[in-house]
Design a protein around this ligand. Structure first.
Ligand SMILES: Cc1ncc(COP(=O)(O)O)c(C=O)c1O
Length: 418
């Protein structure tokens, strides 16, 4: 362990919450180097919707390696990329009536957000983008400007420009009409804010504390954007790829965003991959105007393509809806009765158990997640002061596995609260 403390930067984070050395993984389980087994309710922060080392996906990846498939090709044409694009269009876009073009910005989520912002500003010739209080969009400067948490913002060392934060409909902000407020800011030429080029939204704020918006609110947001010529960007990096029980989180609202960012689970096996989906008329990029060395991880294309099969063959979207019911029932019957101040929220297989009313400092939630880890469950926290336990298992989880993890949460919460 000491090598990590001696050599690795102090910036390391998750390893502090789960201080063991992990070695191998399978499905919903991770094993440390001593063979201890942990149930994974964190799933690579949403990058492992298909579970660790999904056998079907890994078979396709190993076949590709054995075949001597090209691993690095910048953004040149490859068989792996073609197969992915064809299947993504056939299986995901077309059935949903979407005609997006696909841009490969660079390997990780924040790169997709950067490209979306850059393109929105280029298309509209306006600088401002509206983001929401509680939002998380990434750590590079452009995306960090739209990330609301003061702690990482303070580390930027430079002004974070071009973003105006708007109230997200939660807590105090729920006491008024946030869409009407935005419309007032946009339409009043004495509001001090220009009409934004785009509005970027997570339909469930994940890092913000698992806070979903209603379909009505999303529809009104789409309508607001339409009426004022503003682009709507949905950031589906954490909650896309089936997490909410639909492939895209906005499907239930029946809206079509102008751009969508995807990353994390789009790479199928936890391999780095990031996409910006954009309406064809927005594709005004010149060649290489947004470039990068790692915009074509071929193994990720292979895994991503295989993952689309898993989604279909395992009827994963139906599965998510089914196990969500089980999860909700369990939480209502076994977690909420522990203390009447506990709240919960979520959609699909992203749920938060909120201990804010018991302890707004986050210390209590911290003790509960630590206790969970001692009992063999990996679970992270999110929200203001990390007061919310974040249930984010692989989507392939069975009801038995889900119950095993929820039992650990309920027992740990009981022990700590008492
Ligand atoms: C909604 C959302 N957007 C963007 C990002 C940034 O992605 P990455 O960490 O891959 O840069 C994240 C990461 O958690 C996220 O949850």
């Amino acid at each position: 362990m000491s090598i990590f403390e001696q050599v690795e930067s102090e910036v390391r984070s998750y390893c502090r919450a789960f201080p063991v050395v992990f070695d191998r993984a399978e499905g919903c389980y991770i094993y440390d180097e001593n063979g201890n087994k942990y149930l994974d309710f964190f799933a690579g922060a949403g990058a492992l919707n298909y579970g660790h080392n999904n056998p079907y996906i890994m078979e396709k990846v190993s076949e590709y390696i054995k075949h001597g498939g090209i691993l690095h090709a910048l953004d040149m044409h490859t068989v792996a990329k073609r197969t992915f694009l064809e299947d993504f269009e056939e299986k995901i876009l077309k059935p949903r009536g979407l005609d997006y073009k696909v841009m490969f910005p660079a390997p990780t989520g924040t790169n997709a957000v950067e490209s979306a912002f850059k393109l929105a500003r280029k298309v509209k010739g306006r600088q401002t983008i509206f983001a929401f209080q509680g939002a998380f969009h990434g750590m590079t400067l452009g995306a960090l400007a739209a990330t609301s948490h003061a702690y990482p913002r303070a580390a930027s060392g430079t002004p974070l420009l071009g973003i105006t934060f708007m109230p997200y409909p939660y807590g105090f902000n729920n006491s008024f009409d946030t869409i009407a407020y935005m419309e007032n800011v946009i339409s009043d030429d004495h509001s001090g804010s220009e009409v934004p080029a785009a509005i970027v939204v997570e339909t469930v704020q994940a890092e913000g504390g698992i806070i979903p918006v209603s379909v009505e609110w999303l529809r009104r947001l789409r309508d607001l954007c339409d009426r004022y010529g503003i682009l709507l960007i949905v950031d589906d990096i954490q909650i896309g790829c089936g997490r909410t029980g639909e492939f895209f989180s906005f499907e239930k609202a029946g809206i079509v965003p102008d751009m969508v960012t995807l990353s994390k689970s789009i790479g199928g096996a936890g391999l780095p991959m990031s996409l910006l989906l954009l309406k064809p008329e927005l594709d005004i990029w010149g060649p290489a105007e947004h470039n990068g060395t790692f915009r074509g991880n071929q193994l990720a294309f292979v895994a991503a393509d295989a993952a689309l099969d898993v989604l279909e063959n395992d009827k994963l979207l139906d599965h998510v809806k089914k196990v969500e019911k089980f999860l909700v029932k369990y939480v209502e019957e076994n977690v909420l009765p522990i203390d009447s101040r506990i709240e919960y929220r979520g959609r699909g297989l992203i749920y938060g158990i909120d201990f804010t009313a018991l302890d707004p400092s986050g210390a209590l939630a911290g003790k509960i997640s630590k206790k969970c880890f001692e009992k063999g469950l990996i679970i992270e926290r999110s929200g203001r002061n990390d007061t919310v336990l974040k249930i984010l298992p692989p989507l392939v989880i069975t009801e038995e596995e889900l119950k095993a993890g929820l039992d650990i949460i309920a027992n740990s919460a009981k022990e700590i609260i008492k």
